[in-house]
Design a protein around this ligand. Structure first.
Ligand code: 0O2
Length: 209
């Protein structure tokens, strides 16, 4: 099977899930003028990145779809740490996919400093050949966690996974600062949300679309 054919249902899954998750945000905005979801992104893992991961983890080609769980990847960004639980609870109640695994890198942050909540879901895609259930990874994180992870990801890419020790230390300190930022924001959550409601009523855009 060629890559284009293999990846087509993953692209469809990412497109569909982006619409669904953005739909949740819009419904919240309409009803309560605030949402636990700030924004949603998604991507199909690039072929070289799939091959790299398969090589690093010794996964044969025929096992790639089973063992690489983030070929379809979705990210849900939240303003506040508490929103992550709200979003995961909501996703657990959905009937259009099944959660097969959860990885809590917030309670157990990675040694790099990485924090995020991961759900691996089995999502059925409708194709011409019938239903194809496939795995997708949903990463749920705050804006601060996302900022840190994006920067660290670029540095990892630049240094091909061998980030110099001094930069690693700085990154760990930055991760602690991001964590403190989340804590500080949690303290003034009520204040922030009231201001956002007033602001969205005045401008009547609320970043809706
Ligand atoms: P990309 O470019 O985002 O696709 P493993 O990859 O072995 O650590 P596993 O079993 O694949 O772990 O699943 P895990 O840890 O739940 O999810 C891996 C993905 O989480 C990564 O995908 C990243 O997106 C993100 N991630 C995990 N750890 C870190 C980290 O320390 N820093 C950053 N920035 N992101 C992390 P890929 O395939 O590595 O990359």
């Amino acid at each position: 099977m060629d890559w284009e054919t293999l990846l087509a249902p993953y692209k469809q899954a990412v497109d569909e899930l982006k619409v669904k998750f953005r739909g949740i945000r819009e419904q919240f905005q309409k009803t309560t003028k605030q949402s636990p979801i700030e924004f949603v992104t998604g991507r199909v893992k690039p072929i070289n990145s799939i091959l790299n991961k398969a090589w690093q983890k010794n996964i044969p080609f025929e096992k790639i779809e089973e063992e690489i769980q983030d070929i379809a990847g979705l990210r849900i960004m939240c303003q506040f740490t508490d929103d992550i639980k709200k979003v995961t609870d909501m996703l657990r109640n959905r009937k259009d996919f099944e959660i097969v695994e959860e990885r809590d890198y917030i309670t157990n942050k990675k040694p790099s400093g990485y924090r995020s909540y991961h759900l691996v879901i089995r999502y059925p895609v409708q194709t011409l050949e019938g239903e194809k259930p496939l795995l997708a990874e949903v990463q749920i994180r705050t804006l601060a966690m996302n900022f840190w992870a994006t920067i660290e990801h670029s540095l990892n890419y630049k240094y091909q996974g061998q980030i110099p020790k001094d930069i690693q230390l700085r990154l760990q300190r930055a991760a602690e600062a991001a964590s403190r930022l989340d804590e500080e924001m949690a303290e003034i959550r009520g204040e922030v949300q009231e201001a956002q409601i007033v602001f969205s009523e005045r401008t009547d855009d609320g970043k809706g679309s």
